[in-house]
Write a protein that binds this ligand. Structure first.
Ligand code: HEM
Ligand SMILES: *[C@@H]1O[C@H](CO)[C@@H](O)[C@H](O)[C@H]1NC(C)=O
Ligand SMILES: *[C@@H]1O[C@H](CO)[C@@H](O)[C@H](O)[C@H]1NC(C)=O
Ligand SMILES: *[C@@H]1O[C@H](CO)[C@@H](O)[C@H](O)[C@H]1NC(C)=O
Length: 332
């Protein structure tokens, strides 16, 4: 506010009027931002079929892809909202989010999003945003791997900006303790309950040794046999070049391609792969929620869906804000 007031004093009368209009428009588009499940029902009724068929083929080729796409949605939404900012490639004159610490060498699935965008644009050219494609693809990934279904709210538009620092600061690192996990989700308007439910996404997918090394070597809140097994695929000190940093282990040790409540069963047995995972069951307030999801998969599914809908509502660009990208990797 202080900054915009200062800017206003530097402008002439006409400039001030324009600035006020711009502020008003910005206020309107964020405060009355309304996403709706039927947003494309007239302009692109085929959007859901187009997304699903390309995504299911990709998951049939490689089951992990469902996990990778779900994670893309999370990493997009936590950085200036669900606006496809994560999808933008770096260029010599543009710094995107892909090289930020939580993403570099880790996020994957962009070529699948490109293929979905092509299929969707074949059905209805120039209508559907990359941000909405990501939201639908994340839901379809969960469904395809056996998880719950829900209606995805749509109407997001694509950003013309990205935030490297936002990606570094907003996305929790796997070294986070419970308090930091909770506060990083709170910063996005998500409760601790949402955080515990959304973490159940780690019932699918893989993590790299660099992200679980300290937990399996140095933490005490971990099952001994499990820690030993994970150390065997994750050398203590990564040797240069072919070092084990990128060696993979499943986030859910039983079924990393099936979306169910096993993640929470692992936590109760102190077999969470990441330090941050095990923090959810470590003798604190969230233990009861973890136990509740072990007892009731349907309770987990209901809360996960509620969390996904809330996460999908983070700061969407709507109305005439942003754009509908032609290519998800670059601004028009
Ligand atoms: C609660 C805080 C969270 C932390 C600290 C965290 C951290 C991580 C880390 C370190 C990895 C492994 C990355 C790698 O080694 O390359 C990972 C993978 C993954 N995360 Fe999270 N995550 C969190 C929450 C979430 C949420 C909310 C979702 C989605 C709703 C999610 C979905 C995934 C998925 C599906 C994978 C596997 C991706 C793949 O196999 O390609 N995570 N996460
Ligand atoms: C991204 O990862 C690569 C490969 O590990 C590394 O060389 C590069 O410096 C990293 N980039 C940033 C911005 O950290
Ligand atoms: C947790 O938050 C505290 C306080 O903001 C900060 O000093 C600390 O570095 C954070 N730790 C991690 C692992 O994020
Ligand atoms: C474990 O902790 C010790 C002592 O802080 C440290 O020197 C070592 O590098 C840590 N090992 C791993 C794998 O994090």
């Amino acid at each position: 506010m202080a900054a915009s007031a200062a800017a206003a004093t530097r402008l002439s009368g006409g400039g001030v009027a324009l600035l006020l209009l711009a502020l008003l428009a910005a206020g309107t588009s964020t405060s009355s931002a309304q996403l709706s499940t039927g947003f494309y029902s007239h302009s692109c009724p085929g959007v859901h079929d187009a997304v699903r068929s390309v995504l299911q083929a990709a998951i049939a080729r490689e089951q992990r892809m469902g996990a990778s796409i779900l994670r893309l949605f999370f990493h997009d939404c936590f950085v200036q909202g669900c606006d496809a900012s994560l999808l933008l490639d770096d260029t010599p004159s543009f710094q995107g989010e892909k090289m930020a610490k939580p993403n570099n060498g880790s996020v994957r699935g962009f070529e699948v999003i490109d293929a979905i965008k092509s299929a969707v644009d074949k059905a209805c050219p120039g209508v559907v945003s990359c941000a909405d494609i990501l939201a639908i693809a994340a839901r379809d990934s969960v469904v395809t791997l056996g998880g719950p279904n829900w209606d995805v709210k749509l109407g997001r538009r694509d950003s013309r900006t990205a935030s490297f620092s936002g990606a570094n600061n907003n996305i929790p690192p796997p070294t986070s303790g419970l308090a930091n996990l909770t506060s990083l989700f709170a910063a996005q308007g998500l409760s601790q309950k949402d955080m515990v439910a959304l973490s159940g996404a780690h019932t699918i997918g893989q993590a790299r040794c660099t992200n679980f090394r300290a937990h399996v070597y140095n933490d005490t809140n971990i099952d001994g046999a499990f820690a030993r097994a994970r150390r065997s695929v994750c050398p203590a000190a990564a040797s240069s070049g072919s070092g084990g940093d990128n060696n993979l282990a499943p986030l859910d040790l039983q079924t990393p391609t099936v979306f169910e409540n096993d993640y929470y069963r692992n936590l109760v047995c102190r077999k969470g792969l990441l330090h941050s995972d095990q923090e959810l069951f470590n003798g604190a307030a969230t233990d009861a929620q973890v136990q509740a999801y072990v007892s009731s998969q349907s309770a987990f599914f209901a809360d996960f869906v509620a969390g996904m809908v809330k996460m999908g509502d983070i700061s969407p660009l709507t109305g005439s804000s942003g754009e509908i990208r032609k290519n998800c990797r670059r601004i028009n």
